[in-house]
Structure formats: structure tokens, C-alpha cells
Design a protein around this ligand. Structure first.
Ligand code: B16
Ligand code: MG
Length: 222
């Protein structure tokens, strides 16, 4: 393994709940819609505009909004989200991540970020992790969002590696699909039944380690 390509939300920090709270606020206040709790999982790893389209579809109102109105609603949601993460700091890094970063650095594994979030650079800065990454793939420059492999391919290319030399790290079903279709080894965190397409699934980020990543990579390349 020469590279590790990370998702952000749900892997490095738990911002998924802030995303969902912001969508619920938008849905209720602007669309008169109550989102069921189980909808959160469907929005994980999905881009801002695609998330909004899923919500509008859920409310049978997709055709009622013009592209411009969709852009405005998405911007509004981002405003709620940015307010909610205003105080995000080092204490919001998920367990095991600082240790994992140190171990990967010790073994000269290059690290890049493959998040669907346009807020990713700002979030990494708030967490004090911006300099820990060798590169951040820009989601606004890739054609297709997760589950398409584009952002993971961009993450590997950003550190001059082939996908087959990298492990991808995800918490979302759409993200694991993206990693596998990129031709990478997948380590996932969360529910093993849901994330079964990954090469390894662990329950929490505290279970991550260089050894786990390296063993998963070796096994996938046997
Ligand atoms: P933004 P990830 C994803 O991040 C989130 O999981 C998803 O809920 C969000 O809609 C998406 O980023 C876009 O985020 O609105 O900040 O551009 O999991 O790919 O790191
Ligand atoms: Mg995620």
C-alpha cells in the first residue's frame, strides 16, 4: 500500500448529523416536508445538489423547482450547515484518526482526501488536519459524484499513484461502491451488513490502524 484515500464525513469527523439536521431544517421550513430519520443514510456521501434532488423526489416535488431555485435552496442548506459547524475543532476528530495518520506517515503512505464536500478544505482547517494530507481532490472538478469512482480516481492521481496502489476509506454505501469501481482496496467503518462490498469493515474508526490497512491491501492483492 502506497496511498490511503480518505472520505471525510463519517471517517475523519462526524459531520453527517449536521448535514442531515440542515436538510431537515430546509425540508421543514422551505418545502413543508418532514424527513424520516432513515433518510440520513441515503444522503451520506451524496453531493449537495443530488441530496436536494433526492429530497424533492421524496416529496414528489422535483418538477416544481427550476434549476435556479434548486441552486438557491442548496445554498440555503449550506448556510444552516456552516452555522452548525462553526465551532468544529480538533476535539471533533473521530477516535483513532490521529494515531492512524501518524502510523501512515511513519510508513511513508501518501494521504489524500476524496470527499464529496465542497467544504472539505475548510473543515480540515478547523480540525487542524489540513497539513496532514498530501492532497485534496476537488469534488467540483469531477464529472460524476459517488457512487461513481471519479473522486477516488482523482484522490489517487493527486498523489501520483495508481488506484491499485491505494486503500480507500469510507463510511457510506455509495462511497464503498466508488472505491471498488475505482479499482482500490476498500476499508469501511460502520455496519458490516450494509457495507458488505468493502474488503474489510470495522465497527468504529478506533479500529483503524496501519496494520489493518496493510493486511487488507495484501489480502486483496494475493
Ligand atoms: P457539501 P463525504 C459528503 O461528504 C456528505 O456525506 C454528504 O452528506 C454531503 O451532502 C456531501 O459531502 C456534500 O457536502 O454540501 O459540504 O459540499 O462523506 O463525501 O466526505
Ligand atoms: Mg462519508
Amino acid at each position: 500500500m502506497q496511498g490511503a484515500v480518505f472520505d471525510l464525513d463519517g471517517v475523519i469527523t462526524d459531520t453527517a448529523r449536521y448535514h442531515f439536521a440542515a436538510w431537515c431544517q430546509l425540508a421543514k421550513e422551505k418545502l413543508g416536508l418532514d424527513l424520516p430519520a432513515k433518510f440520513e443514510i441515503e444522503l451520506k456521501g451524496v453531493s449537495r445538489i443530488d441530496s436536494l434532488k433526492k429530497i424533492l423526489e421524496y416529496g414528489n416535488m422535483l418538477d416544481k423547482y427550476s434549476d435556479e431555485q434548486i441552486q438557491d435552496l442548496a445554498a440555503e442548506k449550506n448556510g444552516y450547515y456552516l452555522k452548525a459547524i462553526e465551532d468544529l475543532s480538533e476535539k471533533d476528530i473521530l477516535p483513532g484518526i490521529p494515531e492512524l495518520i501518524d502510523q501512515l506517515k511513519e510508513h511513508n503512505v501518501k494521504m489524500s482526501l476524496a470527499s464529496a464536500s465542497k467544504n472539505a478544505p475548510a473543515i480540515l482547517k478547523k480540525l487542524g488536519l489540513f497539513d496532514a494530507f498530501d492532497a485534496i481532490a476537488d469534488p467540483s472538478k469531477v464529472e460524476h459524484g459517488k457512487p461513481a469512482p471519479d473522486i477516488f480516481l482523482a484522490g489517487a492521481a493527486a498523489v501520483d499513484l495508481k488506484p491499485s496502489e491505494c486503500v480507500g476509506v469510507e463510511d457510506a454505501v455509495a462511497g464503498v461502491q466508488a472505491i471498488k469501481d475505482a479499482g482500490m482496496t476498500a476499508v469501511a467503518v460502520g455496519d458490516a451488513a450494509e457495507l458488505g462490498k468493502a474488503d474489510t469493515v470495522v465497527p468504529t474508526t478506533a479500529d483503524f490502524s496501519y496494520d489493518l490497512f496493510e493486511k487488507t491491501f495484501e489480502k486483496a492483492h494475493k
